[in-house]
Write a protein that binds this ligand. Structure first.
Ligand SMILES: Cc1cc2nc3c(=O)[nH]c(=O)nc-3n(C[C@H](O)[C@H](O)[C@H](O)COP(=O)(O)O)c2cc1C
Length: 387
């Protein structure tokens, strides 16, 4: 097929990010690209991955590379899935469905966010057996219960409860951009839209994005601020998690774990897994990068639960670094989102291909024919003593 968008020339996820930046209004690009406060945590996520060295071994037959990974009884073709991202259609119209379909086609998990701009039912249908559901515990127990029963009815069997939002993250870029949902058409926003006509026209066609799962709330609330107050709660405790564990019959993971004591508490409570995550550096600027928090968590968990890691995955080798330090599986958030921003469906596929091909190449260079075999012995001597 002719590559009219020049996607084949994107060599890396960073190239796709820059391409997305060139065709999306700044306020919408920053909504996804930005992090908390001065973005220290966002930067450290990537830097910390780069600091993890793995040492290649040679003269091993790597003509057949197996990237499959099994999680909760399901075998996926590559060991990364899509992290939950709220309001992604604001970044590129139709992004939610594009990514859900991509995940099904590539046989990887797709996590539908509570705050997605497409309903969980439509996303379950598009992900067709590869969908997981991420829950934000609401300040209103009826709202939480309604999301859970809808997720059950839609056929989701894996629930990811996000724990790292006792307060909304303070994102300086969004404040500077005066970001509002639904969009407020200030002269600056209008100008940014005019400079990105393709985004503007596609957005016009799709209509203003919103948090689609909360349609009732949106209708009855007097302001969007009221809706936002209901989406998350500062009052979510271990007691609530225990209730959720009893309520949800399928697999349950807790997302946003950074402290080994919290990880152990999740295991003791009967959770099936955790997502070691700092929300992609969007919650706090002062926190640790996940790849640095991982070794102590993996040691404390000692195989009792599945460990998924996200925040900062930009290269195929990052997936292997995470495995070498104790993760079973990974999520990519922005990496796949940048692909959609760069070129809709074809861009999402390009982002997937970049990560997957880098992964295969890195396994070959490490002299390891299968992802399942990656472990601490791949780490260079300095990283082994450091962990
Ligand atoms: C724009 C945006 C929205 C997000 N929305 C959610 C969400 O609704 N629920 C959630 O648990 N995490 C959310 N996250 C965090 C992601 O699930 C994931 O932890 C993060 O993107 C991983 O970092 P990465 O983007 O560097 O891969 C969001 C992240 C971004 C960038």
């Amino acid at each position: 097929m002719v590559d009219l968008m020049g996607l084949d020339r994107a060599a890396s996820i960073e190239d796709l990010r820059l391409k997305a930046k060139s065709r999306i209004p700044r306020f919408a690009f920053d909504l996804v690209d930005g992090g908390a406060e001065n973005e220290r945590n966002l930067r450290r996520n990537s830097e910390a991955f780069e600091e993890v060295e793995m040492t290649p071994r040679y003269m091993v037959d790597v003509s057949d590379i197996d990237t499959r990974a099994s999680v909760f009884g399901q075998t996926f073709d590559v060991p990364f899935g899509m992290a939950p991202i709220g309001m992604l259609n604001a970044f590129w119209p139709g992004a939610d469905l594009t990514l859900a379909r991509l995940c099904k086609a590539q046989n990887i998990p797709y996590t539908a966010s509570s705050a997605a701009s497409t309903t969980l039912e439509k996303l379950a249908e598009a992900a067709d057996g590869n969908g997981w559901f991420q829950l934000y515990v609401s300040s209103d127990p009826d709202v939480t219960e309604s999301l859970i029963s809808r997720a059950e009815a839609a056929g989701y069997t894996t629930l990811i409860v996000t724990a790292d939002v006792p307060a909304a993250g303070k994102r300086d870029r969004d404040i500077r951009n005066q970001l509002a949902v639904p969009f407020r058409f200030t002269p600056e926003v209008v100008l940014q839209c005019a400079m990105n006509p393709r985004w503007a026209l596609t957005s016009l066609k799709h209509g203003s994005p919103n948090v689609a799962n909360y349609a009732d709330l949106l209708q009855s609330a007097t302001s969007y601020a009221d809706v936002q107050k209901t989406l998350i709660t500062a009052g979510f405790t271990w007691e609530d998690l225990k209730r959720l564990r009893n309520r949800w019959k399928g697999k349950l993971l807790v997302k946003g774990i950074l402290h080994e004591k919290d990880a152990v508490a999740c295991a003791e409570l009967g959770c099936d897994g955790i997502v070691v995550s700092n929300h992609g550096g969007r919650q706090v600027a002062f926190g640790p990068p996940t790849i640095e928090a991982l070794p102590a968590i993996a040691k404390a968990v000692a195989g009792r639960m599945t460990i998924i890691l996200d925040s900062g995955i930009r290269r195929g080798a990052d997936v292997l670094r995470a495995k070498a330090l104790g993760a079973d599986f990974t999520f990519a958030g922005r990496a796949l989102a940048y692909g959609v921003g760069a070129g809709s469906d074809a861009g999402a596929k390009r982002a997937f291909d970049i990560l997957q091909l880098e992964l295969v190449r890195a396994l070959g260079q490490l002299g390891i024919p299968s992802y399942a075999e990656v472990g601490p012995s791949e780490l260079s001597a300095s990283n082994r003593t450091g962990s």
